[in-house]
Ligand binder design. Sequence first.
Ligand code: GLU
Length: 309
Amino acid sequence: MYCQTSAELETFLLRAQKVTTEGEVAHYIPALKNVDKNTLAMSIYHGQNQCFTVGNTEHTFTLQSISKVLALALALMDHGQEVVFSKVGMEPTGDPFNSIAKLESTKTARPLNPMINAGALVVTSLIKGAGLQEKIGRLLSFVHEMTSAPERKYDEAVAMSEYHTAHLNRSLAYFLKQHKVIEDDIEELLELYCYQCAIEVTCYDLARIGAIFAREGQDPESGRTILPAHIARICKTFMVTCGMYNASGEFAIKVGIPAKSGVSGAIMASVPEWGGIGIFGPALDEKGNSIAGIHLLEMLSSNYELHIF
Ligand code: GLU
């Protein structure tokens, strides 16, 4: 699709770009360090077929935690709500995304929600498939369907870099296996999870995915149902309550748009009946959200009255 630029959006981008110097790129996954922290790009998918783009939107980057929303949608389509929510809860934690603390204090060791790493590992373990290749293939196909970009693949270097250094995620997964919340082989699950997080996308892809969630699971161009409306609604609700790490409450008050961020500096936002927004700005604030991305969304929300509450 042809994407136009907009003078107003350029102004917002330049204003937001000033804060990138205050953030830091994620360091704990070695391969994520190799990126210019001043990069900032945004695409907006508006209505049925309007696209706006500003900044260097040619960049591809990895989904990281945004993949948690897609894996959740797939697991819900595979098993239904009853099974999925018997293993993972629906409550925000207020803790960092990779915290292990609440697992031990929760009676059933069931992670509190699918957007924290513990919960995401459980959700990924529920994705159906005969083995690693088939499961990652299903995740990729889902991304291809949503982005309408069948050439998307995962970044092998980022996936392996995370796999070899994922000591904390490994601990979470083994803890959950000990308590029978996860049944899979943990090393295979971690590999799958790292590939899932390393799927490469562009800002346009994220904007298009956001637009599909905004339209209750329907492809904005073809009108085809990509996921059932009730699953789109569950995903958007988690994006509001837990999508922006332990800054989700503040973000809901200030911006009021369902959104999910990832430590690559990506944000996927979904404005009901309006469209989707995809942002890439790898300089992160102390909670792990794209520092300039948050600024951009604040500007968009107030200028275009996108707050949903
Ligand atoms: N792959 C990352 C991890 O599990 C994703 C974290 C994120 O983007 O929040 O640590």
